[in-house]
Design a protein around this ligand. Structure first.
Ligand SMILES: O=P(O)(O)OC[C@H]1O[C@H](O[C@H]2O[C@H](CO)[C@@H](O)[C@H](O)[C@H]2O)[C@H](O)[C@@H](O)[C@@H]1O
Length: 290
């Protein structure tokens, strides 16, 4: 992968990807089946104060629809969101695979199994919820999100930046001391799942299940780095926004993603019927999990 570079923003219209990124997605699109993995918040959707009030950037939703309609392209949302919330907020077109709770919940087609916590995990989740509620009650604007695989403490609505940061540090440390809890830092949030799962493991599973010849992954947050870490030389990783990253490419904002996905879709459409697919499986169910 090539080194990350900032894309110029163009408020007048759809943003063209940087040349290196365009070339990378065009090369990716000829390797089929192509797996397109997308983080949701801060990537397909803009970040918002209220976690419940988000939706895909319309141009991104249109590009996802275009990609999902293509043979030999599999689109998957790979998100920290609870699965059902992801389904409701992302409103994906038919055929799009869903990975929620950082990988702990998956809808990969016919054989999807709902998340079931063990008795020990349920107890840990209750403990984590109690802990985070107690911490959130101390700071105006702090919010606890109850999640099937754990909980998250949000501070985006906390007016005092120092208090918000201190709360996140305290929550992470306190949660780390709870047996069976796996705290992760995110954007203005500490997530505390009670099930060990990472986006990297999820992308590996998706790659295997779809028989993908190459993988695209875009994400904006610290937890997405585990996804970038499992990409290989034939894959394309795109970091959305600022911050250190293992991704080979960077765009400035969610509104810049549509141009990248459109370039990928255009090349995949153009490859059309010219060449036979390199391998048969696309939607999971066709290929057994290893
Ligand atoms: O993996 P993602 O799809 O990026 O989901 C990560 C978390 O996103 C949500 O929180 C983030 O977005 C909120 C809405 O924009 C924002 O208010 C918050 O500050 C962000 O951390 C979501 O609430 C979490 O459950 C997801 O795990």
């Amino acid at each position: 992968m090539s080194p990350a570079a900032d894309a110029p923003a163009d408020p007048a219209g759809p943003v063209e990807p940087p040349e290196a990124l365009r070339a990378a997605v065009e090369a990716l699109a000829v390797r089929r089946p192509t797996l397109v993995c997308l983080d949701f918040d801060g990537c397909v959707a803009e970040l918002a104060d209220d976690p419940a009030a988000v939706a895909p950037v319309p141009a991104n939703a249109a590009a996802v629809e275009r990609l999902a309609a293509l043979d030999d392209v599999v689109v998957a949302y790979v998100s920290g969101r609870p699965l059902e919330q992801l389904r409701a907020l992302a409103a994906p077109p038919a055929g799009v695979l869903l990975v929620g709770s950082h990988g702990a919940e998956q809808d990969l087609g016919a054989d999807a199994a709902p998340l079931q916590l063990t008795a020990a995990q349920r107890r840990t989740r209750e403990q984590v919820l109690e802990l985070l509620e107690e911490l959130a009650n101390r700071v105006d604007g702090a919010l606890v999100e109850r999640k099937p695989a754990g909980a998250a403490l949000h501070v985006r609505a906390v007016a005092d930046a120092a208090a918000a940061e201190a709360l996140l540090v305290e929550a992470h440390e306190a949660a780390a001391a709870v047996d069976g809890a796996h705290p992760k830092d995110g954007k203005m949030v500490v997530e505390v799942p009670v099930v060990h799962a990472t986006k990297g493991e999820a992308i590996r599973t998706l790659r295997r299940r779809t028989g993908a010849a190459a993988v695209f992954f875009a994400g904006d947050d610290v937890t997405d780095e585990q996804g970038f870490a499992v990409l290989g030389d034939d894959d394309v990783g795109v970091k959305v926004g600022t911050g250190e990253t293992l991704a080979g490419h960077r765009i400035a904002a969610p509104s810049d993603l549509a141009g990248v996905l459109a370039a990928l879709a255009a090349r995949a459409e153009a490859r059309g019927a010219d060449a036979p697919p390199r391998s048969t499986p696309t939607r999971p169910g066709a290929a057994p999990d290893a």
